[in-house]
Design a binder for this molecule. Sequence first.
Ligand SMILES: Nc1ncnc2c1ncn2[C@@H]1O[C@H](COP(=O)(O)OP(=O)(O)O)[C@@H](O)[C@H]1O
Ligand SMILES: [Mg+2]
Length: 761
Amino acid sequence: MMGGKRHNLEGGRRAGAERRGRVIFSGGGPSSPPLLNLFFTKQGRLFLDCLPPGYPSLRCVSLPPHLFCFCTSSTPPPPPPSLCSLCVWGLSNMVPPNVATIMAAGVAALTLRFVSKRKAKSDHGERVEDEELEDGESPTVGVVPVTVAWDRIECILRDKRGNVIKRLLQGVSGEAKAGKLLAIMGPSGSGKTTLLNVLAGQLAASPRLRLTGSLSINGRPFSKSKHRVAYVRQEDLFFSQLTVRETLALAAELQLPKTWKPNARERYVQELLYRLGLVSCADTIVGDAKVRGISGGEKKRLSIACELIASPSIIFADEPTTGLDAFQAERVMETLRKLAEEGHTVVCSIHQPRGSIYSKFDDLILLSSGAVVYAGPAADHALKYFADLGHKCPEHTNPAEYFADLISIDYSSSDNEIAARKKVADLVEAFASKQKKIGRDNPLTALDLLMDPDDEKFIHDTVVSNRSGFLWQFQMLLRRAWRQTTRDKSTNRVRGTMSITSALIFGSIFWRMGRSQTSIQDRMGLLQVAAINTAMSALTKTVNVFPKERAIVQREQAKGSYSLAPYLIAKLVAEAPVSAAFPLMFGAVVYPMTRLNPSLQRFLTFSGVMTVEAFAASAMGLTVGAIAPTTEAALALGPSLMTVFIVFGGYYVNSDNTPTIFRWIPKVSLIRWAFQALSINEFKGLTFDVKNSFDLQDGDQVLERLSFGGKNVQNAVNQELRIALFWYWLTYVLLKRNKAKFQVLEAPSKVTPHELAVEDV
Ligand SMILES: Nc1ncnc2c1ncn2[C@@H]1O[C@H](COP(=O)(O)OP(=O)(O)O)[C@@H](O)[C@H]1O
Ligand SMILES: [Mg+2]
């Protein structure tokens, strides 16, 4: 591990030397090399080379702006967990300091601190290097070292009457440190995901949950900290038709401040592709269940890459290896390991890792039924801890497997279950009583925080990115939606085939309708099925894909990447040409086959009405997708709702005969307005063969019978457009309201002893 750091360090030293400009101060001990270099970079930035540990008053903090790397402290600090490419941390070449050097260093540090703070303020929270990157210069974003500490986290599940039914987390305490990979292990249902959600501040709010305890970042309450947190969830969600590079580039465009030049952003994305081993699949589409794309491991690494864009200090990953083969799992964990070495605080949950994966962990938390069985260093310390309690891991056994067996409950018989529960309860008890001692013995948990509050304030000022404007977001989202829609060839092919096939079927059934009296009913039937067919195909297509897309959008919304309005408008604009193509195909085939009103003007109106109806149905599909929790639920709800609109579509029940209580339904039925417009377009001016005195002579009489007399096409189309707008508006409101809400962490003292009295844990 140390080797990795040294490598990093040398890379950083080289990069630093390359950027060096005019040296304005150089100080050091009596022998060379100098310990302190103060100089202007080529971009005119003041820069201070860092000094070695052991030198009184030195501590390096690698900051995104790289304006200074100097702090004061009375004790030699540990080396920083990561170095930005501009920082130079001299681990070697230690020379005893002399008084002059110390004084010079002090003056230089104060000057730089003053200059850098003013610079940070003037940037209004934008990254300094963003503005100053020149072509050919590689962008770098530093990692702010962060320690996350949590104490007595209790998560209680209550029933409707307020009785406690389960303690999902039972007084969990622990710490995750910068530069360390912490694994949370435990059987299924032991509370790993719940704990990660709590630590990421993203436990879904529920009136049945009560969450208490304390959570801090670098000694400050989590709620007040602005450090960036990345959360790689178990389920990877992407737009299936975008390539890996495009996915990452778009995430970069949405998350990085606008001040980054396109070249710099591209290089940053390229750097991420390299770091996460995604270069070989960079131009492959992500894919999904229907279209083959990248592998599961690559998807997971892409998820991590997307989360890394905002340069988070803390990375949470929920079961990153689940569902992956051994090789892919190893690569994903190696990636997390590397990120830890670069200075990120990495916390992952994992069910039962292989020995080679277990060896990558620095720290370990073992959970069983929401209680901590062990928390501390992963390697020998954990084995020794359990050996001292009489649970010695046999030689050549994977410790992870041994621990998993030790803390799982055996349900094969009631005796076994009781014995296992007692064993686990004893282990929890033993750990609780030894927890403090472990904290003292363990240098990891006893580590001092790396930064003082002032430094942290400075970092906040500089890493907070500003969200770009409406037009910018619209442009990005339009590009994504366009690619997703036009590249989804298999879906488009199916939709096209369905449109033409159904047109051929209807065309054959209603083949060359004449002007007989019976053709009146045929025409009405054809127009009705055309309206139903168009609406249904647009609806099912949307409800099939939107619930999944909604999940992605909600995740992006939670990150604050963009607003809903540009997203919805971009989606509408991008999908419009493709959505219009299918009703047009249908019309182009069915119209001549059935010999509907033979005029070009009428055909164009027929196609236009169908297109507007398809948009309205698609907008309704969006609303259904925004309400339904899953695709399956959306597929059940959408067509049922549409059936109601079909019944009140103007053909089956005449609107004049509709019971008063249901009179509003035809008014909001997109089928009815489409049918009305199509009927007026078809029948107006059409004459029929008359044999009997009671026969209908012309189309106007037909329209009277349908209660469409005296109406015009334009009016019906306007109503249809209003319905489409209503569904779009409702989707917007629902998505806005459904924004993820997170459970508030209450102070530990608020839990009453009564609430903690659980009969069955
Ligand atoms: N919001 C919730 N409501 C009810 N039960 C929950 C909720 N969240 C988690 N649980 C329950 O808490 C337990 C722990 O869940 P989880 O943290 O997902 O476990 P793990 O990730 O270790 O498999 C499970 O029994 C789960 O059913
Ligand atoms: Mg889980």
